[in-house]
Design a protein around this ligand. Structure first.
Ligand SMILES: [Zn+2]
Length: 262
C-alpha cells in the first residue's frame, strides 16, 4: 500500500516500506497543492504544454520543498515509451528544468545522494526500486509498450549487474496507474499482450482489458523481487486525485514519481 500525506495542502503518496529504510526521500504527487489552473489544476509538473513555465516551475519548487529535495538538482528525461535506462550521476544535476533533459530514456537509476530522479505519468505505470543496503534508487516508466519490453525487469537486472544489488535486497513499488477496470485495449494491443505473456494478462469484458500491474509483478518476480508495494489506485477511477490521460482525452497535466537517495 501507499500512504497519503498532506503538508500545508500539498498532498502526495509515499511507500511505507521505503520510508522505514531511512535511505530515500520519495513521493508520487497528486493534483493537489500547486498553482496551475483549469485542466492543469493544480500540481501540474508537465513542461512544454499550454500551462505556463512559471507555474510548472513553481509547482516543482513547492513539491521539492515539501519532500525536502533540492529543486536545482532534479533530473528527468525525455520519455518515449522505450526500454532505455539511464544511469544518473552528479554531472546530470539540473537536467530537465535548467538544462536539456536526458534524451530518450524511460527509466533512471541513481546511486548518489541528493539527486532526485523524476518519472512522469498520467495513466502509465511508475515502478520504483530501492536497494537500501547498496543505496541505489531507480524509477521506470512502464506504459503498455514499456511493459511489453519489460522495462521493469530490465531496470532490476541493471541494478543487479551494474550496481551489485542483490535481488533479495531490492524493494519495489508500483504507483497509481490506469487499472484493469479502465485499461481497455483494441484487438491489436490485446494480441501483443497475449503473445508476450499469455491469456492471463487480459480480462475479457465488452472488449479486452490489460492488467499491467499483474504483468509487472510477474516481471519483478522473474528477477527475484518479491517485496512489491502496490498503490492499488486507478488513475481513471481517481481522476480527482491524479491526472488521467484517458479520462480527459489528453487535456491534462502530469503527476510525478520522485525519489532521491539521502
Ligand atoms: Zn479504473
Amino acid at each position: 500500500m501507499f500512504e497519503l500525506k498532506n503538508k500545508n495542502g500539498v498532498e502526495y503518496y509515499t511507500v511505507p516500506s521505503f520510508e522505514s529504510t531511512g535511505a530515500v526521500r520519495h513521493c508520487y504527487t497528486t493534483k493537489h497543492g500547486g498553482v496551475s489552473k483549469n485542466e492543469y489544476e493544480s500540481m501540474n509538473l508537465r513542461l512544454n504544454c499550454s500551462d505556463s513555465r512559471e507555474n510548472v516551475e513553481e509547482n516543482f519548487r513547492i513539491i521539492c520543498d515539501t519532500i525536502g529535495m533540492n529543486f536545482k538538482n532534479l533530473v528527468f528525461s525525455n520519455q518515449v515509451h522505450s526500454d532505455k535506462i539511464y544511469n544518473v550521476t552528479k554531472k546530470d544535476c539540473g537536467k530537465g528544468l535548467f538544462r536539456d533533459k536526458i534524451q530518450e530514456a524511460d527509466a533512471l537509476i541513481c546511486a548518489e545522494s541528493g539527486i532526485p530522479i523524476v518519472i512522469f505519468t498520467a495513466d502509465c505505470v511508475p515502478v520504483y526500486f530501492l536497494d537500501p543496503k547498496k543505496r541505489v534508487a531507480a524509477i521506470a516508466h512502464s506504459g503498455w509498450k514499456g511493459t511489453v519490453a519489460d522495462i521493469a525487469g530490465q531496470t532490476a537486472r541493471k541494478m543487479i549487474h551494474e550496481y551489485g544489488c542483490r535481488e533479495e535486497d531490492i524493494l519495489a513499488a508500483i504507483g497509481p496507474h490506469i487499472g484493469v477496470c479502465h485499461f481497455e485495449v483494441g484487438g491489436k494491443v490485446a494480441d501483443i499482450f497475449r503473445e508476450a505473456f499469455g491469456e492471463w494478462a487480459l480480462v475479457r469484458k465488452e472488449k479486452y482489458h490489460v492488467d499491467m500491474q499483474k504483468v509487472i509483478i510477474r516481471q519483478l518476480a522473474d528477477e527475484g523481487i518479491k517485496n512489491v508495494a502496490c498503490a492499488n489506485m486507478c488513475t481513471y477511477c481517481n481522476g480527482d486525485m491524479f491526472f488521467s490521460h484517458r479520462l480527459t482525452n489528453g487535456r491534462r497535466g502530469v503527476c510525478a514519481a520522485m525519489m532521491e537517495i539521502i
